[in-house]
Design a protein around this ligand. Structure first.
Ligand code: ACO
Length: 155
């Protein structure tokens, strides 16, 4: 479903929506490793950030969606899909050849969504969630171990 949502880039001095970003990442420390070097895009509802995605340039050809999150009350209505389409559109306009995204091996819903949006698995970062986080992370009753990397070629 194509939704017409107004998604805007956060100004460099804008308030970073950590509450939303923490839905997709475990800690503020993990977010702070990429957020200041990234572009943050937000969807607002009632003058409040309701959804967010974050683009981080890896090199001239490749950009990564480091974080994507929708307010829990608004999930399951197609907003996540629209954010991915918006990210793909902006990355294409900005001249990147590839957009990539990583998620946990137990993140069934995200893997479903990303593949429906045309992303394909190209790498598995073994032990990523064991090596980079102090405590075990569970999703859908599965302990996250490996990071599944997906990519989409842009035209
Ligand atoms: N079970 C399985 N798949 C589902 C479910 C579900 N309960 N709900 C949604 N999906 C999948 C389906 O593929 C669905 O497509 P369909 O409508 O054709 O069935 C697709 O997701 C689209 O759903 P949306 O409504 O667009 O997704 P939503 O607005 O909920 O956003 C998101 C998805 C961003 C993952 C959201 O649920 C969220 O914020 N989750 C918490 C944070 C998070 O996990 N972020 C991603 C971490 S990885 C990273 O940030 C790089």
């Amino acid at each position: 479903m194509q939704m017409n949502l107004e998604i805007r880039r956060l100004r460099k001095d804008g308030r970073i929506p950590y509450d939303l970003l923490l839905l997709a990442d475990e800690t503020i420390e993990a977010i702070d490793r990429y957020i200041l070097q990234s572009e943050v895009y937000i969807l607002e509802r009632d003058h409040k950030a309701a959804a967010v995605y974050v683009l981080y340039t890896l090199d001239a050809d490749c950009v990564e969606i480091k974080n994507i999150a929708v307010d829990e009350k608004l999930q399951g209505q197609g907003i996540g899909r629209s954010l991915l389409e918006d990210a793909t559109r902006r990355a294409t306009i900005d001249g990147y050849k590839t957009i990539i995204i990583g998620t946990g091996d137990g993140s069934i819903r995200q893997l479903d969504l990303y593949q429906k949006e045309g992303f394909e698995i190209f790498d598995i970062r073994k032990g990523f969630f064991i090596d980079n986080y102090p405590a075990p992370i569970y999703e859908n009753g599965i302990q996250l171990r490996d990071m599944i990397m997906l990519r989409k070629q842009l035209t």
